[in-house]
Design a protein around this ligand. Sequence first.
Ligand code: GLU
Length: 283
Amino acid sequence: MITTRFAPSPTGLLHLGHAYAALFAAMRGARFLVRIEDIDFTRCKPEYEAGIFEDLAWLGLSWDMPVLRQSMRMGAYSAALERLKSLGLIYPCFCTRAEIAAEIARAAEAPHGPEGPHYPGTCRALSYAQQAEKIAAGIPYALRLDTAKAAALAGDLYFEESGEGVTGRIKAEPQRFGDIVLARKDTPAAYHLAVVVDDAFQGVNLVTRGEDLFTATHIQRLLQALLGLPEPLYAHHRLILDESGKKFSKRDRAVTLASLRESGADPLEIMTRIGFMGCRDIS
Ligand code: GLU
């Protein structure tokens, strides 16, 4: 049975782009789940979470299991980090943003990935003794993946894409990211780690999301392989853009579902406006 999910972060009001994402996921899944991605405690707000449920209900969507909140899943993320640690694939990084930026500026040619310039690898070279000394001194640290080592261990990886852009079997290229952060200084898990752990936990076997997250799949596929998680299928959908061709932002009040609803729009008008023509496939 195909299981999909809609996984918004409660950091603002949902807009037309979210409506498309939620409808797309609901249409593609025989089982449709909702997950609240609220690991960033500094930006998530309960009123936005309440707004998500209100908007989904207004769109006529219902979901099949209790909602999963990432803020309740820290134990699972720590266990995943422990596994990566036991494989020797993560290391503590004590660098500040400013130090990283200075190091990148110094390098003649810093490689760039989908999330910006690669981390220059400064802390990868620290010995265990140096790491222990910094930890003992109370210097805050993030945990990074040694991506080159991890990719070598995992070997060639692929993912199966059946979305609205390129489709077929795609070779994962996790090295495009460099050493990503898996646990931040202020939060014990970062996006890529939390997503793969939770998709597996919830039995999501078709990951649907916007094509802005297409490249994320390259690194997430690697994490799945390292953690021994099942490989889901992927369907990335087109983005709903404003008149000037830009992505809607959570700050554009005019296109939030709440304000469209207040101004008298009905869900059918929303679906027409975003070009959503689909019915739920329950095969
Ligand atoms: N929480 C992410 C977002 O709101 C989506 C994560 C995902 O679908 O992988 O953009």
